[in-house]
Ligand binder design. Structure first.
Ligand SMILES: *Cc1c(COP(=O)(O)O)cnc(C)c1O
Length: 444
């Protein structure tokens, strides 16, 4: 069980404890739960529920904290767009001085549309199409991260056919266990990612010999929601050894893309320390004279996002099993169903937040048993109509939503201090089938 759920049998953190661990949240005696300077009840009253709410000030502060920890090293933040790809989030990252790590044509186009300079974009991913590679070369992005010898040949061929030379780094699979959930572990030898550590010298030599590509360094990314620095230290030490070996073989190695994966506290425990992370980078790379890139997604935006929901109905009794059915569901926030992820849940109303506690399952209305946000959760009693915030939903939340059960995608609200704006409208039902056609040859 690698997700940072509280230890079995330990009591769930209370609403007050969850709020106390999150400086961007406060419980106002009259207005209820606030994100930065805005009462979430006010947002819910205007845009309805379910709805996503992001805190711009919180995202900015986290980026600044990471950059401050990295100060003094030649280390640059490339925000992993897949965690939350909203244009306003990308704009905020660009304004804060971050570049982007993208994994698809769509993410590359989003990053450019939001104003991120091509020179600040790196392209990762285990399967890139020739079309995506052509776009990356046409845009002249910072680098393509190569995940296999086969992909190296493809990028070389595409670039050469365009008469161009593309900077590439080789993503090495360091074969360390990040100690996280199996579905988000990416740096073990039997994961699909990267080039085997032992094959790196031969593939690097091949890259140096091929037309159309210029190998400039290495990349690695060992997994997500990593809370301990030990796997980073092990992977970075192996990577630094490889830099020495490649240089000894006469190659130029200017950059190391150190990946992302920094974890956050989903309960009331602290997340990964960016200061300790910066220390791990320094320990392995400080005397190598390489430009470092880091690619966090979750750590920058996860805590800054909430999913607002309203209780539709409650059923059952605590003696058997008590269910609180929300209007939000697994199609909106997939993480509990997909990764057994723990998310704190806090009532918006101060009276609800301090009321008597009961043990309940917090579920959505979809016809799947997996449509559950929390099992056996100690929560204040919630009556129909009571609103809650599902916490830490800013990363891998809206980006993973589907329209299962013909449920439209949710609106998104951006809070910034005491201001707020709707930054995506609730999808209309008609839009769900707007691109669909019934064949002419069907009887009408
Ligand atoms: C997903 C991913 C990231 C970001 O991971 P987080 O856990 O959100 O920090 C960074 N780099 C690569 C290559 C990724 O695939």
């Amino acid at each position: 069980m690698a997700q940072p759920a509280p230890i079995a049998d330990a009591p769930d953190p209370t609403a007050a404890e969850l709020i106390a661990a999150r400086p961007h949240l406060t419980m106002h005696a009259h207005d209820g739960l606030m994100l930065e300077g805005v009462a979430l009840n006010r947002i819910a009253a205007v845009v309805g529920t379910p709805a996503w709410v992001y805190g711009a000030g919180t995202m900015r502060a986290r980026l600044a904290q990471l950059q401050a920890a990295l100060a003094g090293q030649d280390a640059h933040v490339h925000y992993a767009v897949k965690a939350n790809d909203h244009l306003a989030v990308l704009r905020l990252m660009a304004q804060g001085g971050a570049g982007a790590d993208v994994v698809s044509e769509g993410e590359l186009r989003r990053a450019r549309a939001a104003g991120i300079a091509a020179a600040d974009i790196v392209f990762s991913g285990v399967g890139k199409s020739a079309r995506e590679i052509r776009l990356a070369i046409a845009e002249d992005i910072a680098q393509i991260n190569i995940e296999s010898p086969e992909e190296l040949e493809l990028v070389s061929a595409v670039a050469a056919s365009l008469g161009r030379t593309m900077r590439v780094v080789l993503r090495i699979n360091p074969d360390v266990d990040a100690g996280t959930h199996a579905k988000i572990t990416t740096g073990k030898a039997d994961n699909k990612f990267g080039i085997a550590h032992g094959d790196a010298p031969a593939v690097y030599a091949r890259a140096a010999a091929l037309p159309g590509v210029e190998p400039v360094g290495l990349a690695l990314h060992i997994g997500s929601q990593i809370l301990s620095m030990a796997p980073y230290r092990a992977a970075y030490a192996r990577t630094a050894d490889l830099v020495h070996a490649l240089r000894d073989a006469g190659h130029t190695v200017d950059r190391v893309d150190c990946g992302g994966g920094l974890g956050i506290g989903y309960g009331d425990e602290p997340g990964a320390s960016v200061e300790a992370f910066a220390g791990a980078l320094r320990a392995s790379f400080s005397n190598l004279g390489v430009r470092l890139m880091v690619e966090p997604g979750r750590w920058l935006v996860g805590p800054a996002g909430l999913l607002l929901a309203e209780t539709l109905i409650t059923k059952g009794t605590p003696a058997t099993r008590r269910f609180v059915v929300l209007d939000a569901a697994m199609n909106d926030l997939m993480r509990p169903a997909m990764y057994d992820a723990y998310h704190g849940i806090v009532p918006l109303d101060p009276a609800d937040a301090t009321g008597p506690v009961e043990i309940a399952d917090i579920v959505g209305p979809i016809c799947e048993t997996g449509d559950s946000f929390a099992r056996d959760r100690a929560l204040p009693c919630l009556a129909p109509g009571a609103r809650v915030a599902i916490l830490d939903a800013g990363a891998y939340g809206a980006v993973m939503s589907s329209t299962y059960n013909a449920r439209p995608l949710l609106p998104i609200v951006m809070v910034d201090g005491d201001r707020w704006a709707v930054v995506r409208d609730r999808q209309l039902h008609e839009d769900l089938w707007a691109g669909e056609r019934i064949p002419d040859f069907f009887p009408s």
